[in-house]
Design a protein around this ligand. Structure first.
Ligand code: CP
Ligand code: NVA
Length: 310
């Protein structure tokens, strides 16, 4: 059965559960194809992806660039200094210009509205490579990792511990709604999920400020306490978040000897996660990072290569 095609990938609210699963199955197929045959079919041959960055990146930049390479296309890195998105040039103008040269735009931005403006004014698919609001590519790779290592996500509970109001937490809640995964967000007051985001996600989410609420979790997930763009709040956050560190004590509080740990990376080791956990037996941090490649190849193969979701 073919599923209705996507035109863009701005966040997961605009993706149906069928489309989300279609992307997961395509990602798994592309990962398997490359493992078995040593290469993927060049479904993006002759296609170019413009990668607009207003913030630093390791995973997003390299996995998108290598993803296009594996699919037979090319990717163009545009640094923060080059474009000056929203300062040197408006997002609508950037999108209209890039659409004449390239077949898709992946953008990492501060303001989510810049993603929406590029979609509105541009002529090629736009992919959100992280905004202050959401990080949908990350959540797709996260669910892929959970599905691979723990099985059916609808039978699992993920406890997200830390800044429950940030982009990664938001996309995880939206993803949880797509696959029926239960979530528990453990965060201090003032850093808990926005009520509208929670309601729109359709996910079964329990919110608490008490770290003991991780009891029964199958997956513990954390992210930096201070996201890019929030650096002026770092001291306040550093004083507030230590009870929410993912360490061996928090793992014990899940009362689950098989609990696995995820982190989108980069990690501030010694802050939101300890070395013992990040490098310990529960950690899936690096398989998770590697799945960014496969998950995004599914997005690229679909949006730029015309591969149907099924
Ligand atoms: N997780 C993630 O998006 O990493 P980068 O910031 O390195 O791209
Ligand atoms: N919440 C983090 C994620 C980095 C991948 C940030 O926005 O900085």
């Amino acid at each position: 059965m073919t599923i209705e095609s996507l035109s863009h990938f701005p966040d997961l609210q605009s993706v149906s559960s069928e489309q989300f699963w279609g992307l997961l199955h395509l990602a798994a197929r592309l990962k398997d194809e490359r493992k078995r045959l040593g290469a993927n079919a060049p479904v993006c041959a002759g296609k170019a992806l413009a990668m607009v960055f207003t913030k630093p990146s390791l995973r997003t930049r390299v996995s998108f660039e290598m993803g296009m390479h594996h699919l037979g296309g090319t990717a163009l890195y545009l640094s923060p200094a080059e474009i000056g998105l929203g300062t040197r040039e408006s997002a609508p103008d950037v999108a209209r210009v890039l659409g004449g040269y390239c077949d898709g735009i992946m953008a990492r931005v501060f303001e989510h509205k810049h993603i929406l403006e590029m979609m509105e004014w541009g002529t090629v698919p736009v992919i959100n490579g992280l905004s202050d609001f959401s990080h949908p590519c990350q959540a797709l790779a996260d669910i892929m990792t959970i599905w691979e290592h723990l099985g059916d996500p609808s039978k699992l509970t993920l406890a997200y511990v830390g800044d429950g109001s940030n982009n990664v937490a938001t996309s995880l809640m939206q993803a949880a709604g797509k696959v029926g995964m239960k979530m528990c967000v453990v965060a201090p007051a003032g850093y808990q999920p926005d009520a509208q985001v929670l309601a729109d996600s359709g996910a079964d989410v329990y919110v608490s400020a008490d770290p003991d609420a991780v009891a029964g979790a199958d997956v513990l997930y954390t992210d930096v306490w201070t996201s890019m763009g929030q650096e002026s709040e770092r001291d306040v956050r550093l004083a507030l978040f230590p009870p929410y560190q993912v360490n061996e004590d928090l793992i014990a509080r899940t009362q689950n000897p098989n609990v696995r740990v995820l982190h989108c990376l980069p990690a501030h080791r010694g802050e939101e996660i300890t070395d013992a956990v990040a490098d310990g037996p529960a950690s899936l941090l690096f398989p998770q990072a590697h799945n960014r490649l496969h998950a995004q190849k599914a997005i690229l193969a679909h949006l730029l290569g015309g591969v149907a979701l099924e």
